[in-house]
Write a protein that binds this ligand. Structure first.
Ligand code: ATP
Length: 295
């Protein structure tokens, strides 16, 4: 028997970042929206732990003990006092180090897959707490949909979304290191105010209207990501010129996200981005999206 969990990537529709805390993390007002680009993690019983990965970015995924899916399996096994004897296979479609929380998605998928495989029936609050130990974005990846993350992003409140939003993601060559982007943020914004969720953005998500959502999108990390990768400005400009309602860097980048009015507009923006040569590839996806467990 094996269990496969499909888990979506995320875009931060609001990422408000405060000053660094004494523990090095930053307080955030982080509105996550899960988008339909997926990794799949399959857990199969095995004599000893094994990890494999396929997909266009597979060469950039560590297959040692540092892999977030492997760490998740070990953490869940230790919590229940069972052997982490499982073969995990990651079918990776989320860009690696792209600011779309692919590693966190794999950790969430591994928690859900192993919990089902081992029949350990972990309560949801415990899974969320184990996820938060693995990384700030893992609790959201466990639930999907849309949520406001406070603290370092791990304290979640569900957010209502009133319709389907169409996105285009411009995937860059190479990744950006999230810690390096936060260091650049600290240099650029030593005076950052405490972060607060945007009522206008939450209203716009509820309305389901992309025209209302577009002017509310905000990513405080964008100037920092652009300072490390100035060519992203060309990618953002190309998407806007081809009809996107809004353009922003996704999380810590370098993936750029474009909100489109509808499916047709999204495909036109994607075609223009692909033809422009300002990104490696452009992908159309809809939100919100949810994780799915298949036995
Ligand atoms: P975030 O948006 O949460 O900052 P990201 O999307 O920028 O993350 P990830 O794809 O999650 O970045 O990967 C960041 C780094 O984590 C990779 O460069 C890789 O070394 C490491 N890593 C560990 N496990 C995984 C995994 N399962 N998939 C991808 N990367 C992983």
């Amino acid at each position: 028997m094996s269990v496969t969990v499909r888990v979506p990537a995320k875009v931060n529709v609001q990422l408000a970042v405060g000053p660094p805390r004494p523990d090095g993390f930053h307080d955030l007002a982080n509105v996550f929206l899960a988008v339909g680009l997926y990794d799949e993690v399959t857990a199969t019983p095995a004599a000893s732990p094994r990890l494999t990965c396929t997909g266009p970015d597979a060469a950039h995924v560590p297959l040692d003990d540092s892999n977030l899916a492997a760490r998740a399996a070990r953490l869940l096994a230790a919590h229940h006092g069972v052997q982490p004897a499982v073969a995990l296979h990651i079918a990776k479609d989320i860009p690696v180090a792209g600011g779309m929380a692919g590693g966190s998605a794999d950790a969430a998928a591994a928690l859900l897959a192993c919990d089902a495989l081992w029949d350990t029936r972990t309560p949801r609050e415990v899974l969320l707490a184990l996820g938060a130990e693995l990384g700030s974005d893992v609790p959201f990846a466990l639930v999907g949909g849309a949520a406001l993350g406070e603290g370092r992003g791990e304290r979640l409140t569900g957010v209502k979304v009133g319709g389907t939003f169409y996105w285009v993601f411009a995937v860059a060559d190479g990744g950006l290191s999230t810690p390096a982007v936060y260091r650049a943020f600290d240099r650029l914004r030593p005076d950052a105010p405490p972060p607060a969720p945007s009522p206008a953005l939450l209203d716009a998500l509820r309305s389901g209207d992309p025209h209302a959502l577009a002017p509310t999108l905000v990513n405080d990390l964008q100037p920092a990501a652009l300072s490390l990768r100035p060519t992203l400005a060309d990618t953002l400009a190309c998407g806007t010129a081809s009809g996107a309602l809004a353009a922003l860097v996704s999380g810590s980048g370098p993936t750029c996200a474009f909100l489109a009015a509808d499916a047709g507009a999204a495909h036109r923006v994607a075609a223009a981005l692909t033809a422009s040569g300002t990104c490696r590839t452009a992908r159309v996806a809809t939100s919100p999206a949810l994780p799915e467990v298949r036995r």
